[in-house]
Design a protein around this ligand. Structure first.
Ligand SMILES: Cc1cc2nc3c(=O)[nH]c(=O)nc-3n(C[C@H](O)[C@H](O)[C@H](O)COP(=O)(O)O)c2cc1C
Length: 390
């Protein structure tokens, strides 16, 4: 077996193992994919300040996210269709996160249901909802998450509309995959993936089919999806969702300081500075570039997390040094899951942890709590190069 030392190693194995339709679903952004690319390349513009002869012994990456202890400031982001990347993928990712001591976020658009993940794990996980129109369905989701003892609710606020992702349209993405000559020919080259999929019952959207009104089978799902998202969403509605959940609420998908202030006003406990991994508004700035402005606006009043583009522990370090209390990873663990199931998610977490721990030491820090902008070397115009004209 190949020696895995970095997230990129996992991506290469993942690409070989999983059908093209699902690899492309993860490894893509919307339209030209500029934002998807810059989410990562902007991290490279930030350099680390090397220090020596500082006590680097007894380092700790432990911290808290929304008051919960975490082994490092990293949570697994909600990723739809995870159970198509590997059979029973959500359960496997949740188990890996639990063993590692970081939060797992289950997406509404998961294959394994909330109840199924709860039955196979013992640590509470986080649950993510979209801002949908159907009150009954939303309330039921909240209740199901409560019954499953989810310890935080992540409300994704950047998907009133779906950004256009060319690859998904070209591949005819669906779960389970539609059998076309091209998809069958491709799946014939992914035998281990196919055998594992045949061995599980979990191949449909477990939180939706049989729960949303009128969605009794997978074929009625696409018309439901087209109707379900609330394009007229406003802050009052977000406030209403907040009031339905009595635990921590994290608003995910905030990329503008004005929206960050509104999130504070509606009583969110944390926000995720995120552009959905470059899958929504192509042309938006990267999350790491927007983080300083968001920190200036609300950083002393609310916990700020960051996702989009994180592929290493050094990326985590940079986000935390700029003020993020925690981060989320989406693709980095999805690569691991598709490559090697639960062991691959564990490997992704180990890789990121080791990079974070060693880099922290080489920057002269013993604890993630000690990281701050003085550990970084940042281009002067990093946060100010592009300015809104209001
Ligand atoms: C394949 C895929 C599916 C996703 N599905 C969801 C989802 O169901 N809900 C959600 O809030 N975000 C979803 N996201 C966005 C992630 O939660 C996260 O914001 C993004 O992956 C972060 O960027 P990164 O992949 O570069 O780490 C998805 C991302 C990917 C790559």
């Amino acid at each position: 077996m190949a020696v895995i030392t970095e997230i990129e190693d996992l991506r290469k194995i993942y690409k070989r193992r999983v059908p093209k339709m699902f690899y492309d679903y993860a490894e893509s952004g919307s339209w030209t994919e500029q934002t998807f690319r810059e989410n990562s390349s902007d991290f490279d513009l930030i350099k680390l300040r090397q220090r020596i002869a500082m006590d680097m012994d007894n380092r700790s990456t432990k911290t808290t996210m929304v008051g919960q202890e975490v082994a490092m400031p990293v949570a697994l982001a909600p990723v739809g269709l995870t159970g198509m990347q590997h059979a029973d993928g959500e359960i496997k990712a949740a188990k890996a996160a639990e063993k590692f001591g970081v939060p797992y976020t289950l997406s509404t658009m998961s294959i394994c249901s909330i109840e199924d993940v709860a039955a196979h794990t013992s640590a509470p996980f986080w649950f993510q909802v979209y801002t949908l129109k159907d009150d009954d369905f939303m309330k039921r989701l909240f209740d199901r998450a409560k019954e499953a003892k989810c310890s935080a609710l992540v409300i994704t606020v950047d998907l009133q509309l779906l950004g256009q992702r060319h690859r998904d349209l070209k591949n005819g993405l669906s779960a389970p995959p539609k059998l076309t000559p091209a998809s069958v020919a491709n799946m014939m080259t992914k035998i281990p993936w196919g055998l594992e999929m045949l061995g599980t019952k979990r191949r449909f959207f477990g939180n939706i089919v049989g729960h949303a009104k009128g969605v009794t089978d997978p074929s009625s799902l696409s018309s439901w999806t087209a109707e379900a998202f609330d394009q007229s969403l406003d802050w009052e509605r977000i406030k209403q969702f907040r009031s339905w959940w009595d635990g921590p609420v994290i608003l995910k998908g905030i990329l503008d300081p004005e929206d960050a202030k509104m999130a504070l006003n509606v009583g969110a406990d944390a926000i995720v500075c995120s552009n959905h991994g470059g899958r929504q508004l192509d042309g938006a700035l990267s999350s790491i570039r927007m983080l300083p402005q968001i920190m200036d606006a609300v950083g002393d009043k609310i916990e700020v997390h960051l996702d989009s583009g994180i592929r290493s522990g050094q990326d985590v370090l940079k986000a935390v040094a700029l003020g993020a209390k925690g981060t989320m990873i989406g693709r980095a663990y999805t690569y691991g899951l598709g490559a090697m199931g639960e062991a691959g998610v564990t490997k992704a977490l180990e890789v990121i942890h080791k990079e974070l721990d060693l880099s922290m030491g080489l920057c002269g820090c013993q604890s993630v709590e000690d990281l701050d902008p003085s550990n970084l070397l940042i281009p002067e115009d990093f946060a100010t190069r592009w300015q809104a004209s209001v």
